[in-house]
Design a protein around this ligand. Structure first.
Ligand code: SF4
Length: 372
């Protein structure tokens, strides 16, 4: 098998693509055209049919030295309610990752991965249970968003056709989200701040107003609490949306659920969050996986309310999703409502209970993993 060209076009910002074209002796106009093909047309090949406005000599060079970095789909699965589709995507080295397309009323979200596996080992998370293999490259992160955007386009083009057994995902309807991808959450496999440079480069590419144009505030990074990464985000004043997985309000309880808390203790994490909010003026979303009897009692609600007092914060409550490696029980909806009521009434702290999506296909929060 011949080696694939080493230059992955999805690794490059628009500026870098233009400079690469200059090095090849091609005009910037052609680089801009290629960029449009990549991110507006969502092209899947260098063929003249797909990229008719590129001269043959440019296409020849691209074919020889660059790749589109498309991640082939090994498997796709639809949830029974038709709102979620999970893609198992193959990487060039044979590793695989999962990416999820979620439809909510009025919006579509791509949940993408930043690593193969994860080193953080959160006890209730299927990705943590599988361990860490490697970081994803910027191009592999971008390719997931492009994949979802392309799938949305294909689905909207075929939505007028009769639905088949193998195409259960709900088509675009008036009460449903339009087919353009507008939201990306880095909540798939991996800890994004453990792969900081690649994730930030990918975010820059996703945000490019002449490309996918995903607004910075619609790109959410979810971290388990990697303190140096939070401080770097603050220092660089990146306008991305930050979610911090808290899950417990004492060091002892938190480190039992999130081993990374031993490295970055709760007091250091909260100090970093305070610095982040003060420096950027941005509110942080604090995530709290609700596990019956472990962290869902009124006392736990008061503990998190006290911990977050005075911080610009919103709490996202996520009833535990089942995984084979953890025997915790999801909270009951009554306990979630009481938790929320205490946060609102006693601490004036806004919160939401996360809509559950894709649980039956293991595409919910903490469920993504590749079977060995
Ligand atoms: S919850 Fe996130 S940080 Fe924790 S193990 Fe899973 S993927 Fe890693």
């Amino acid at each position: 098998m011949s080696a694939r060209p080493s230059l992955n076009l999805y690794d490059l910002t628009r500026d870098e693509l233009c400079r690469q074209f200059e090095r090849w002796g091609f005009s910037r106009v052609h680089a801009e055209r290629l960029w449009n093909y990549l991110y507006l047309q969502l092209a899947d090949s260098f063929s003249p049919d797909t990229m008719p406005e590129l001269p043959a000599k440019v296409r020849t060079r691209l074919t020889a030295e660059a790749s589109l970095g498309i991640l082939p789909t090994a498997l796709e699965t639809d949830s029974s309610d038709g709102f979620t589709r999970k893609y198992l995507l193959s990487l060039q080295d044979g590793e695989r990752i999962e990416t999820v397309l979620m439809r909510f009323t009025g919006r579509v979200t791509a949940c993408i991965s930043s690593q193969v596996g994860c080193a953080m080992g959160c006890v209730f998370c299927a990705t943590g249970q599988m361990g860490y293999t490697r970081h994803l490259t910027p191009g592999e992160i971008v390719a997931q968003a492009v994949h979802v955007a392309r799938q949305l386009r294909l689905q909207s083009q075929s939505s007028s056709k009769p639905r088949t057994q193998s195409s259960k995902l709900r088509p675009h309807q008036d009460d449903m989200a339009p087919p353009r991808l507008r939201n990306v959450v880095l909540m798939g496999m991996g800890e994004p701040l453990h792969n900081y440079d690649a994730v930030m480069r990918a975010a820059d590419i996703l945000r490019d107003p002449n490309g996918l144009a995903i607004a910075a505030e619609r790109i959410t990074l979810s971290t388990v609490g990697v303190v140096p990464g939070i401080l770097r985000l603050a220092e660089e004043k990146r306008p991305l949306h930050l979610a911090v997985s808290l899950h417990a309000a004492t060091q002892a309880e938190r480190s039992a659920l999130v081993p990374a808390a031993k490295k970055w203790p709760l007091d250091e994490l909260m100090a970093a969050c305070r610095t982040y909010s003060e420096t950027t003026g941005r509110r942080i979303f604090y995530e709290w996986t609700l596990i019956e009897g472990k962290n869902d009692t009124p006392d736990h609600a008061r503990a998190v309310g006290t911990l977050l007092r005075g911080l610009p914060a919103q709490v996202n409550l996520i009833p535990l999703n089942p995984t084979s490696g953890y025997d915790g029980i999801p909270t009951r909806s009554e306990a979630a409502k009481t938790f929320q009521k205490i946060l609102a009434e006693e601490f004036k702290l806004p919160s939401t209970v996360r809509q559950r999506r894709g649980i039956d296909i293991a595409a919910g929060c903490g469920q993504l993993a590749i079977a060995n």
